[in-house]
Each structure stands twice: as structure tokens, then as C-alpha cells.
Ligand binder design. Structure first.
Ligand code: ADP
Ligand code: MG
Length: 701
């Protein structure tokens, strides 16, 4: 297998090695230049590249190509074209031109545009993103050559998640290079952000999944009582993998490796039926494409194994939901990780400056960072009773926190705490040095050795948005600092003062304690940190004056683009809750209420027949159950009626007002319907209950 692994890795990717092998030297050099410095690609060069790509793809069995893009639905889209082209003798040849490689023209009218495009103004373009390699995908449709592209409207506005990400990467690179120049690193021409997303997910049995409309339509269970066992034994976390799961993981890994995705770690997560996959980090853009492919691959492979992969943030109430930790750092084109503090961070002025920049960026823009991690599913996690809190703070760990304290208190940091040797009291176990800092699991934004881990992301999201925001806020502070430092007479002194001033002003964002505690909520409020409770409340930050200036200055989003995106966020929220509510209405009305009536009739029949047979028999148990059932049923029916009318009412509204109505009125009404039905599930005969239970779904894979 090991040998096979090195053979299959990247086999489906038109990668560096394949390009060198298949492209004329001059073409390769021209393409490389475009990739590295964004220079225009000559049409003739594009033709040669397209032809080489086509030959490679056809040799591997491809019949079609597609421009693969990431519209604002958060998932990917594609339209397939075959390579065929007719000849005069009634036959065909296989063709693929540079023009077809560079530009596609899908109808843009049915993708979310937030009012940017009216349905009659349909034209949109996909443009080849040569910084992310083309790849082959094999499925029932055969083999398809997939070309990663950006998607924009006829008027040039971005209609996708990738374009702003690429823009933010450029901004970040430019501003970081300015700062590095001041530190004397004149050799650095570009800086990229490295991203490693840890993907959490649930796996359930497909046949059980198919019996639950809530999972099918909304991706999460909308009803379900807790089984006798949840996650309290902590026996699933890092537990031994079940055979069906390991077979699934093996195939996911193989598919990922073929696509050049560095799938690295896999394990069982905290909740039963929950798992995680983490790849080795890559440049943000490629990491984003890869994460989409990982999610798609998981769904596809699960299906082949009679399983269903749930990527929703909260598929089950009462056990942990799923997130996506976004590990993020800055790497120069000379290979240096700018967030590596070295052994003695107090002496590493350049590192301390980047640290100060990030603290300021996160503190100043906590609102849009929080929004970037919001979606309807994540509302069940952020700020609910689960990781991480909705309040943004930064964990630095003991070593860095101590360096900052020295800086703030004395103006000078003179030492760095060291990890020391770990002794576990067994002589036969070799000793090792421990890290200078412990881990913190509760922080939404944690420094973890040589990178920051943004932990608020939801499991189903595209990582493009959060990284776009992160890159832009950091670029913005770097830009202000570069303005200031470039003017300084004495650079060393100016940097020192700037670091001290910044960490003093922004120390309020640093929190090294337990982020889940109520004390922290109170303390954060005292510090003036925002605690934005839901997605709907977070959306306005996107179009604040501050955000418009920030994204405009760095050419990441125009004001029009921001406004349309805010519109889409409201729409997405409303549509999601609408689907959930309507699914609940359907399930309650057609499945649960009839099942409960059947059960109640059975009880009534039993009471009657026993009383007829033995008039003075004790039927108090049946009577008690019947009363309890009837009372819960009445509550359910009342809640169902209310939910129906609220959903009808919501349909009359639009935009922000509609989203708020869904959040404040419809959502609580859904909870009111769920409660009595979950209560009934605990009473009604198991064989009468119309859907698989939490116990069936979580423990019987
Ligand atoms: P943990 O669960 O302990 O946080 P994992 O190994 O599951 O650790 O995930 C850590 C992730 O961080 C991996 O995707 C890894 O590649 C990524 N990572 C490591 N170094 C960097 C870096 N310099 N920049 C970005 N991501 C990084
Ligand atoms: Mg992690």
C-alpha cells in the first residue's frame, strides 16, 4: 500500500510534474509567470496549455471538461461540455481550445446574486484560476476534466467565494511584503497564507437516514429524544474505529490522495458517530478547493458504503455539533513561516510585530470575523451551550501572554518561559521536552505554536469567506503599520513603540481562561467585547461604514458586492429556516400525530376491553399513559397550528425583516413543536414510532 500511495498521489491532477512533462519549456515558463505574478497569459500559450491538458485528460479516459466554480451557495457548481467537435466527413475529433480553458459562460441568473443580477440579465463568466491545478474526476458520468475557475457577472462583480479570496490574498501579500522590506527582507517578493482546515462530520446508516425527512431536507434532525446514552462516557473520542467506518475512511483517503489532497489525520470525535479528517495545510486558495473536494468525496464515498455523511453543524441536539478549525499562518515565498516565534519570542521583534498586528485586527474587526463563521447551522453552536462561544477572543498561551505582560508593564520583554523536561515517573519511557504552552480548547482564536487556529467555522461552510475576512483585516493593519514605519527616522525605536502601544491597547482581546464559563461572558462584557448571539444579528456588520471602507480599500469587495452579499445572507437564513419549519410541519402532521393517535386509540381500546372483561380491574396505568399522551398530543397540535400560521406570515415578508421574523418567531415556534413530540417519543411504543431514533442513528452504524 505504501508504495501504491506514492504512485497514486496526485495522479488525477494536472500538477507541476505533469506540466513539466507535457508542456514545451517556453509555455511552462510563461504559465508559471502568470501563476506567480499574475501576468496576462498570451492566447497562444493558453492554446498550448489547453491542448496538453486535453491530451492528458483523454489518455485518462475523459470525455468532458467543466469549469468548476464556487457560487455563493457555499458549495460548488459545474456544467459539463464534451470535447467533441464535428468534422466535415460526419465524424468527430476531440478539441479543447485556449479560449475554452480561459473563459466559460454559464447562465448566471439562477445563482444567488443578492440583487446584483436580475433574471433577465443572465450573462456570467467563469475565468480560469491557474493558481489552483485542474483535476480529473471519475464518477458514474465517466471522467471529467475539472478546471477551477472564478465566477463573475457581465458587469465584473464577483458572484462567487473564490474571487474575493484571491483578492484578499493579494492584499495580504502586498502589505506583508512592505513590512518585511522594513525588516530588511528585500528578497521576499510574495507572501501567502497557509491554511489547514480540520473537517468534522457524522456518519449514519444510509437506510436509516432515508427514513428521516428532516435529515434529507435539512441535514439535521428536527425531532428526536436523547437516547439513554449520549457522549457522557467519553468513549468515542479517539476510540477504536468501527470496521464500516475505517473502510469508508480508507476509500476517502485514497480518493483524496489521487486528487493531490494531503489527507493526513483521521479519528473519532467527541460525539457518537462523529469523526474528523485533517489534511496537511496548503495555500488558502488550494486549501479551499481541496476542502470542497473533501466534503464532496466524503458524501460520495459514504453513499457507496451504504452510509450517509452529515456535514451539518448540528445534526443532533444534545451531543456535540461539528465545526471546522481553520489553521492559518503566513509563509514567505522564501519558505519562512512568519508566525513561528522561535525559542525566545521576546527577542523576535518581527514576530512580536505580526502578533500585535493580528491582535489589533481581531479586536477591531471581531464583528465581521464572527459573521464570517456564521450560517444557520452554526447558530446552534456559537453562543449556544457549545464550543466555541460567540465572543471573539484570542488565546496566546502562557509563554506569549507572559512576554506581552512584560512589554505592557515594563516596556521591555527580557525573557521567555520555557517548556522544560517532562517526567512521567516511568524510567523506561524516554523523557522529552514539553511545549512552552498548554492547549486551550475553548478559545475561538487560538495561537497554536506557529499558526492561529480560528475555531468558529461551521463544518459545512466554505472556508473561503472566513479566510477572505481574516486576510483582509490583517492586511489592513499591516498597511497602516507600514505607512507609519516607512516614515520613521529610527525604525527600531518606532517598531518597539508601536508593538508596545498596540498590545497595550488591544490586550482586552486576549483571554487564556475557560471560554465556556458564565464568568467569561460577564468579563467580556466588562471589557467591551461584542457578543453577537446569532447570524441574523451578525449580518449588519458586513455593510457597516467600517466594513465598507476596509474591504473597499483593499479591493476585496466593492460596496455593491457587500450589499448583495448581506442580502444573500438574509435570504439564506430565511430559506433554511423555512425549509426546516415546513419539514417539521410535514413530519408532525403526517407521521407523528397519526402514530400517536394510533397509540392512544390502542390504550383506549385496551382500557375499554379490560373494563368489559373485568369491571373492577385496575387500569390506572393505561389511564395515566392515555392522559399524558393526550395532553402532549394537544400541545403538539397547538404548536403545529401556530407554526403553520407563522410560516404563512413569514412568506409575506422579505429581506432583513423576514430573516428576523424567522429567527425571533418561527425558530422558537419550532422548538415549541419539537418539545411535546420528543416527549411523546419517550412514551409511544418503539414499533409504532415512525422514524429511526437517536439511539438507532448514533449507535447502530
Ligand atoms: P489539532 O487537532 O491538534 O489542532 P490537527 O493535526 O488535527 O491538530 O490539525 C492541525 C492542522 O493545522 C493541520 O491541518 C495542519 O496541517 C495545520 N497546520 C500546521 N501548520 C500550519 C501552518 N503553518 N499554517 C497553516 N496550517 C498549519
Ligand atoms: Mg485543532
Amino acid at each position: 500500500m505504501a508504495e501504491r500511495l506514492t504512485e497514486i498521489f496526485g495522479i488525477d491532477v494536472f500538477n507541476e510534474a505533469t506540466m513539466i512533462e507535457r508542456l514545451p519549456k517556453k509555455t511552462y515558463a510563461a504559465l508559471k509567470k502568470t501563476i506567480q505574478s499574475g501576468e496576462d497569459l498570451e492566447p497562444a500559450v493558453a492554446d498550448v496549455v489547453a491542448n496538453a491538458m486535453k491530451d492528458w485528460a483523454i489518455e485518462r479516459g475523459a470525455t468532458h471538461f467543466t469549469h468548476w466554480f464556487q457560487p455563493m451557495t457555499g458549495i460548488t457548481a459545474e456544467k459539463h461540455d464534451s470535447f467533441i467537435s464535428p468534422t466535415s466527413d460526419g465524424k468527430i475529433i476531440m478539441e479543447f481550445s485556449g479560449k475554452e480553458l480561459i473563459k466559460g459562460e454559464p447562465d448566471a441568473s439562477s445563482f444567488p446574486s443578492g440583487g446584483l443580477r436580475a433574471t433577465f440579465e443572465a450573462r456570467g463568466y467563469t475565468a480560469w484560476d491557474c493558481t489552483s491545478p485542474a483535476f480529473l474526476r471519475e464518477d458514474a458520468a465517466g471522467v471529467t476534466l475539472c478546471i477551477p475557475t472564478a465566477f463573475c457577472s457581465y458587469t465584473g462583480e464577483a458572484l462567487d467565494k473564490k474571487t474575493p479570496l484571491l483578492r484578499s490574498m493579494e492584499a495580504l501579500s502586498d502589505q506583508t511584503v512592505r513590512i518585511l522590506k522594513l525588516f530588511g527582507h528585500k528578497d521576499v517578493k510574495a507572501v501567502s497564507c497557509s491554511v489547514g482546515p480540520e473537517q468534522e462530520y457524522f456518519i449514519v446508516d444510509k437506510s436509516k437516514y432515508l427514513k428521516r425527512e428532516d435529515l434529507i431536507f435539512s441535514g439535521r434532525t428536527l425531532f428526536g429524544a436523547m437516547p439513554p446514552k449520549g457522549q457522557e462516557m467519553e468513549d468515542h473520542y479517539f476510540g477504536c474505529l468501527k470496521e464500516r467506518i475505517s473502510a469508508f475512511m480508507k476509500e476517502v483517503n485514497e480518493e483524496c490522495w489521487k486528487l493531490g489532497i494531503l489527507a493526513k489525520t483521521q479519528h473519532n470525535e467527541v460525539a457518537p458517530a462523529q469523526h474528523e479528517l485533517a489534511p496537511i495545510y496548503a495555500t488558502a486558495n488550494i486549501a479551499t478547493d481541496h476542502n470542497q473536494l473533501v466534503m464532496e468525496t466524503m458524501k460520495k464515498v459514504a453513499n457507496r458504503h451504504g452510509l450517509a455523511c452529515l456535514l451539518h453543524e448540528k445534526p443532533f441536539a444534545g451531543v456535540n455539533g461539528s465545526g471546522k478549525h481553520n489553521n492559518w499562518s503566513l509563509v514567505t515565498d522564501t519558505g519562512k513561516n512568519l508566525l513561528d516565534p522561535g525559542k525566545t519570542p521576546h527577542e523576535n521583534v518581527q514576530f512580536l510585530l505580526f502578533l500585535a498586528v493580528i491582535l489589533k485586527a481581531v479586536d477591531d474587526h471581531a464583528d465581521i470575523l464572527r459573521l464570517s463563521a456564521s450560517n444557520p447551522g452554526n447558530d446552534h453552536r456559537l453562543g449556544a451551550n457549545e464550543a466555541p462561544p460567540a465572543i471573539i477572543s484570542v488565546f496566546l498561551g502562557e509563554q506569549l501572554a507572559d512576554v506581552l505582560t512584560q512589554l505592557i508593564e515594563t516596556g521591555e520583554a527580557t525573557s521567555s518561559k520555557q517548556g522544560g523536561k517532562l517526567n512521567i515517573g516511568v524510567h523506561t519511557i524516554p523523557g522529552f521536552r514539553k511545549d512552552a504552552t498548554d492547549r486551550n480548547r475553548t478559545s475561538p482564536f487560538a495561537f497554536t505554536g506557529n499558526k492561529f487556529e480560528f475555531r468558529m467555522l461551521g463544518s459545512s461552510m466554505s472556508i473561503a469567506g472566513p479566510n477572505t475576512t481574516l486576510n483582509t483585516i490583517v492586511a489592513d493593519v499591516l498597511s497602516d503599520f507600514a505607512d507609519e514605519l516607512e516614515k520613521a527616522d529610527n525604525f527600531d525605536l518606532a517598531v518597539h513603540d508601536l508593538i508596545k502601544k498596540t498590545v497595550t491597547e488591544h490586550q482586552k482581546i486576549v483571554f487564556n481562561g475557560n471560554g465556556y464559563s458564565d464568568e467569561w461572558v460577564a468579563e467580556a462584557e466588562k471589557r467591551g467585547l461584542p457578543n453577537i448571539k446569532s447570524m441574523v444579528e451578525a449580518i449588519p456588520s458586513m455593510v457597516s461604514e467600517k466594513a465598507v471602507r476596509l474591504f473597499g480599500k483593499h479591493n476585496v469587495y466593492s460596496e455593491t458586492e457587500l450589499r448583495s452579499r448581506a442580502e444573500i445572507e438574509y435570504e439564506t437564513y430565511s430559506k433554511t429556516i423555512n425549509i426546516e419549519a415546513r419539514t417539521m410541519i410535514e413530519m408532525a402532521g403526517k407521521l407523528f400525530v397519526p402514530a400517536v393517535i394510533k397509540y392512544a386509540s390502542g390504550l383506549a381500546d385496551s382500557i375499554n376491553s379490560i373494563k368489559t372483561a373485568v369491571p373492577d380491574a385496575d387500569v390506572s396505568v393505561q389511564e395515566e399513559l392515555l392522559k399524558e399522551t393526550s395532553s402532549l398530543l394537544a400541545s403538539a397540535q397547538a404548536a403545529l397550528g401556530a407554526l403553520r400560521s407563522y410560516v404563512a406570515e413569514a412568506a409575506e415578508k422579505e429581506g432583513a425583516e423576514q430573516a428576523k421574523y424567522f429567527r425571533n418567531v418561527v425558530f422558537p415556534a419550532m422548538e415549541s413543536l419539537r418539545a411535546p413530540i420528543d416527549g411523546l417519543e419517550l412514551i409511544v411504543d418503539k414499533n409504532l414510532w415512525p422514524v429511526p431514533t437517536y439511539g438507532d442513528l448514533l449507535f447502530e452504524v
